[in-house]
Design a protein around this ligand. Structure first.
Ligand code: PGA
Length: 236
């Protein structure tokens, strides 16, 4: 059975101390072995510290770190950018084209495609977020071979937890909608791996992960409180 991927997206939350306290509790939790991989995506400023801290703990399944964005550029005179080469060997995954970035930072499909190329060049698996209205446009830059190397994330913007920002309305998608969307993506691109994101929590995660079509989940709000995230993992 393919491992289900559980991604924690902390978004722009947590001080250095809060990040450390979260990892302390997470590392001390007694997890049984499960067919999962957990990817923790802290704000990039905490990436290396979280990585080092996790390295000293042991888990019965892979726990890696990822980033929430990467530069479309390889490096150079791009003030403020974090490039794939800077996090190579540490970040296993990168979330790209999140609806919050498309909306608040005006990211275009072209920029997302360039960042995907950068990530792949540095052996970082891109998780590319799409929605039902715009997925054709959002994925138009990719050929079939690239699509097969990336993880897609289906996240209806209205499904994002409302307490985080003005995009979300906390309307979790139902499994029929998610499976239907995965069907559309598979029809267009063949065998794709698709994660679901949008108000996933310990109370509703089970059916998503039990679906043979869903490769995993991206968890925002429910990953920020460590006990809730531990509870969520326990549902698998
Ligand atoms: P949410 O966010 O779980 O808080 O809805 C998920 C995401 O947008 O990554």
């Amino acid at each position: 059975m393919e491992k289900k991927i559980i991604v924690a997206n902390w978004k722009a939350n947590k001080t250095r101390e809060e990040a450390k306290a979260w990892v302390d509790v997470f590392s001390a939790a007694a997890f049984p072995s499960k067919p999962i991989q957990v990817v923790i995506c802290p704000p990039v400023v905490h990436l290396f510290e979280v990585y080092r801290q996790l390295k000293t703990a042991s888990f019965p399944f892979p726990v890696t770190v990822g980033v929430q964005n990467l530069s479309p550029y390889p490096g150079g005179t791009y003030t403020g950018e974090v490039t794939a080469s800077m996090v190579r060997g540490v970040a296993t995954h990168v979330i790209l084209g999140h609806s919050e970035r498309r909306q608040w930072f005006s990211e275009t499909p072209q920029q997302v495609a360039l960042a995907v190329d950068q990530a792949l060049e540095h052996q970082i698996t891109p998780i590319v977020s799409v929605d039902r209205t715009n997925w054709r446009l959002q994925l138009a830059q990719f050929d079939d071979q690239t699509i097969r190397q990336i993880l897609l994330m289906y996240e209806p913007p209205e499904a994002i937890s409302e307490q985080i920002g003005p995009i979300g309305r906390g309307q979790t998608a139902d499994l029929t909608d998610i499976e239907d969307m995965i069907g559309l993506l598979s029809k267009a691109y063949g065998n794709t791996r698709v994660l679901y994101g949008g108000s996933v929590k310990s109370a509703n995660v089970k059916p998503f992960l039990e679906s043979a079509l869903v490769s995993g989940v991206v968890v925002g709000t429910a990953s920020m409180e460590v006990h809730e995230f531990i509870r969520l993992i326990s549902q698998v």
